[in-house]
Design a binder for this molecule. Sequence first.
Ligand SMILES: [Zn+2]
Length: 472
Amino acid sequence: MDSSSPPDPAGDEGVQKMDGGINALYSFLVAKAPCRAFLVSQTPPTLPALRVYRFGEALTVLFPTGCLKGREGSGEQQVSVLIGSCRYENNLHCPRLSLLKGFSTLTLSVKQLSRLLRFSDLLPSSLPSPCPTVAASQVPALFREPYILSGYRPVQQDWRCYLLSLFQRHNETLNVWTHLLAAPALLLLWWANVGALGYTLDAASLPLALFMVSSLTYLCLSVAAHLLQSHSERAHYYFFFLDYVGVAVYQYGCSLSHYFYSSEPAWRDSIGMMFLPGAAFFGWLSCAGCCFAKARYRRPYPLQRKICQLIPTSLAYALDISPIAHRLLTIPWSQETSLPFHALQIASFILSAFFFSCPVPERFFPGRCDFVGQGHQVFHLFLSLCTVFQLEALFLDYARRRDAVRDVFGERQLWWACVSFPCLFMCCVLTALIAMRHMSKILQHVSHQTRLKSSTSLSLKANGSSYSTCGI
Ligand SMILES: [Zn+2]
């Protein structure tokens, strides 16, 4: 596009199809401040899908390539245009505000009313709008998921855009909400049980509190990862490394509670004191393995990546669940009320592991599960269910054994075990930071190489043009 001359709306085929109101609005916008934005932009808005929403004084005009927000005031209007990743702002002295008022009424149809109910449109116009989602081909390969063809959020937007995308329809929305809703569900279950049991925080009840802390940690870190990872490659690695910290911490939180509330004397005699150090080591190893696999392998991911992730995680899970498996195999389920819940937590975990490992059902319906029905969403659902069943089972075990816990294990062992929890957390955070430092160096190197290549090709072009000028 030639930046020295304004675009000619009448020359655009899409404009010819518009009614007078929209056409006049477009002419108005081009004539006023946003024309500079249109000129600068390499992708000028195309008009056929233009919509106008109005809430009080706030006016939002949506284009397929961006959105324009305005606020009707006393003769002065602030207009900001967002096209792709570029944002342009200007203050307008606008004597024709009545024109804008008219268009919002003209362009609202019954079909569009349903779209008005979207929460993101109700937000104040001073906040950046979540950007329209794009196809897989429009985001870097790192962000593309197999068989998910659309619904990606563009990279390099304002952080607030990703926060507000919580209320937007994109291919991570359900990944965020499945874990975001699990957190209050767990808290409700916690308060209900605490009220019923008369829970007090002491050495005997601390492992249960740490299980709750570990569950909320992994849920919050997972929400942050899925909500914010699209910002940049750096953010993607950073938040997913933290997500792996959450998984390791959760595994160790489970181990503590399983050991102190759910293990049988016969099982403790066989594994005994090795269980908690082993659980801490495998918890850290699963975090380190996942970070290594994420940093080492690039898309399309080879099988080795899954192996690096799944083997340490499976070993950690096998050890963490061993007291429960032993109990389920040696005690009749009808004898203890917690055992059916423990069976349910294992069944939920196995199902979640299946959906984590296999991109099912999107593998069989490429492009049909872009928003709803991805295997990762089902994985989140089953993992959340697993945690809910676990908490219920642990409360039942705790209620039954809380008076004996101190006598069986001794107060010192309880305190030491609980001190190891923040130590493991710190080790995992340190591992994630080391992995992030490594990735930062790689990303810096890659961007340096890209800049070098582009400057080389530019200088070659410049030399080519000077040669041709000389030739003339
Ligand atoms: Zn996830």
